[in-house]
Design a binder for this molecule. Structure first.
Ligand code: SF4
Length: 183
């Protein structure tokens, strides 16, 4: 029997097509929102509320972990000037996925973790997966890759964003990414 899945989500636009697919497949999964990287807090709330609403629409459980930017800032200290897709992003992905894995550990021994952090075409999927496997090694929780780009997923994502009128932000999340306008 397949393990339960915790899906790490950064925002509704990146997660929506994956949620739809997993739901259609009858997969037992929950969406976990842990994004202390997102600034300012109003932006965090906007993305969180939209992700929650999308989960409700699909009848999928949504769990928000504590918004704790202080810990996130400490984790990336010294990497503030890195370019997007650089070392700061590797640490950021690791930090967020690892936290969800630690939470999964508390919830049971039959849970694996996946993420949509690499769904956006502006992200380096390999970098996200490397962070996921590193977090898996450090926590003992399995990391699984989910397809969010190929096989028509990118097109479906764009369609759902339009159909549902989702807020598609123009930056990744942190104060350092704003200047890059990538997402
Ligand atoms: S640009 Fe995005 S992935 Fe990179 S550190 Fe900032 S919030 Fe994290």
């Amino acid at each position: 029997m397949k393990k339960k899945l915790f899906l790490v989500s950064c925002c509704a636009p990146c997660a929506v097509a994956v949620i739809e697919k997993l739901n259609n497949e009858g997969r037992d999964f929950k969406v976990i929102f842990f994004n202390p990287n997102i600034h300012p807090e109003e932006e965090y709330i906007k993305r969180r509320d939209e992700q929650k609403a999308v989960c409700e629409k699909f009848g999928v459980e949504f769990i928000e972990l504590l918004y704790e930017p202080k810990g996130w800032f400490e984790s990336i200290r010294g990497l503030e000037d890195e370019e997007e897709r650089g070392k700061r992003c590797s640490v950021c992905f690791y930090y967020r996925i690892k936290k969800v894995m630690e939470f999964a550990k508390e919830c049971g021994d039959d849970i694996e973790v996946a993420s949509v952090l690499g769904v956006s075409r502006w992200k380096d999927l390999k970098q996200v997966n490397e962070a996921g496997y590193k977090a898996s090694f450090d926590t003992g929780i399995d990391y699984v890759e989910v397809e969010g780009r190929k096989g028509g997923m990118q097109e479906r994502r764009n369609t759902l964003i339009k159909e549902m009128g989702l807020y598609n932000q123009d930056y990744c999340g942190c104060v350092f990414s704003k200047k890059n306008k990538l997402c």
